[in-house]
Write a protein that binds this ligand. Structure first.
Ligand SMILES: C=CC1=C(C)c2cc3[nH]c(cc4nc(cc5[nH]c(cc1n2)c(C)c5CCC(=O)O)C(CCC(=O)O)=C4C)c(C)c3C=C
Ligand SMILES: [Fe+2]
Ligand SMILES: [Fe+2]
Length: 349
């Protein structure tokens, strides 16, 4: 197979540097027809479902992709905005803000957002950057906590793209930032801002996306990193053990996933007389189906129906200035040593 070519390098070819801001992805429309190919790509990724292809493909194509798209599409329809899927809208906005903030700090860097599943895909965005003559790319991901199911999967996609090209840009990958002080600070300020207006709850629930427990036994550090982020946040907020709880949501399939599960915990809290619970999802930098529908709608219903009196959902960091500041500092730290400064780039090489 011939390798894909780029334009020949000019003698005075100057460095061009980019940040690729990667998120999970989302369907193009809240319809079964659009959700089906998205789910096929997502659930066909061996990083996400680790069942041998010969066993999994008939289940995925014969059962799951016949029934789930319509059910998921109805859920997506409930959170869709006039601009599109919240995950896409926020991810685009974050990329734009990151570019602006890095520019304000004197860096000449292109920022593109990319989705692991759906559009704009990682290979399409890397093609666009290569066409602009980008020579170095920092890959940042919207997953503060590392998991093989998410972080490594995006790295796979970048490497698969590279494997087809003759001239491969220099890459740097940030695997996680679960204990980054500015990320924790952004979360803490978001909670404090909520409490300043609404008062404090009886319990703060920190709900993370789950993964199969087996992945943890096989060495995935995701659970440890989720718990570490939660402890740092609780310490920063001055919370005692009894004032907060970590749970895991979005279980998929029948296997045992990380526990305690979010929804049963909310039901148990409501039934046990806890009057008010606030829920935050620190592992999701952008609001999406899993936060807006599963937590803010389904989770709320579960808590209130089981006897709870008040449920508050604290939104994801989205475009909060504290978060963009954290992201910018993270990017700056990992761009160090690359000639991003405008003056440096104009120097003859
Ligand atoms: C925050 C990190 C995420 C991890 C870890 C993760 C693992 C994981 N997810 C599934 C299955 C599904 N997840 C779905 C949606 C979804 N997942 C994440 C993030 C993580 N997933 C996000 C941000 C979203 C929302 C996307 C959006 O469009 O808003 C879905 C699709 C929705 C649905 O049909 O319910 C599935 C399916 C598995 C199996 C897994 C790890 C093994
Ligand atoms: Fe997921
Ligand atoms: Fe879900």
């Amino acid at each position: 197979m011939p390798f894909l070519s780029s334009a020949p390098a000019a003698a005075n070819d100057r460095e061009r540097i980019a940040v690729l801001w990667c998120n999970l992805g989302t369907p193009d429309e809240p319809t079964a027809a659009a959700v089906r190919p998205f789910l096929a790509e997502f659930l066909g990724d061996p990083r996400v479902v680790e069942i041998p292809k010969a066993l999994w493909a008939p289940i995925l194509h014969g059962i799951i992709l016949r029934t789930r798209p319509a059910k998921s599409a109805a859920k997506y329809a409930g959170i869709w905005t006039p601009e599109g899927s919240p995950l896409k809208v926020w991810t685009q906005k974050q990329a734009k803000l990151l570019a602006g903030w890095l520019g304000e700090r004197g860096h000449r860097v292109t920022v593109h957002e990319a989705m692991r599943y759906g559009q704009p895909s990682i290979p399409a965005q890397l093609d666009a950057l290569a066409a602009q003559g980008v020579t170095r790319i920092l890959v940042l991901q919207a997953y503060p906590q590392y998991s093989g199911t998410t972080t490594a999967s995006a790295i796979d996609a970048v490497n698969a793209w590279s494997a087809r090209r003759r001239r491969v840009p220099e890459f740097r990958f940030v695997n996680d930032y679960h204990d980054d002080p500015l990320y924790i600070e952004a979360l803490a300020r978001s909670v404090e801002a909520h409490w300043k207006h609404e008062g404090r709850p009886d319990r703060l629930l920190l709900s993370y996306h789950g993964i199969p427990e087996r992945n943890i036994r096989l060495g995935d550090p995701y659970q440890d990193q989720c718990l570490a982020s939660a402890s740092l946040l609780a310490a920063r907020l001055g919370l005692a053990q009894a004032q907060y709880q970590v749970t895991f949501q979005s279980r998929f399939g029948r296997a045992k996933w990380l526990e305690p599960y979010t929804e049963p915990t909310l039901r148990a809290l409501g039934a046990s007389g806890v009057a008010r619970v606030d829920v935050m999802c620190p592992g999701f930098p952008t609001d999406c189906l899993e936060t807006l529908e599963e937590i803010a709608m389904e989770g709320r219903d579960a808590f209130l129906q089981s006897g709870g009196k008040a449920f508050h959902y604290i939104p994801c960091l989205n475009d909060s200035p504290d978060w963009i500041d954290a992201l910018c500092a993270l990017a700056e730290r990992h761009l160090a040593g690359w000639p991003t400064r405008v003056a440096a780039q104009n120097l003859p090489r």
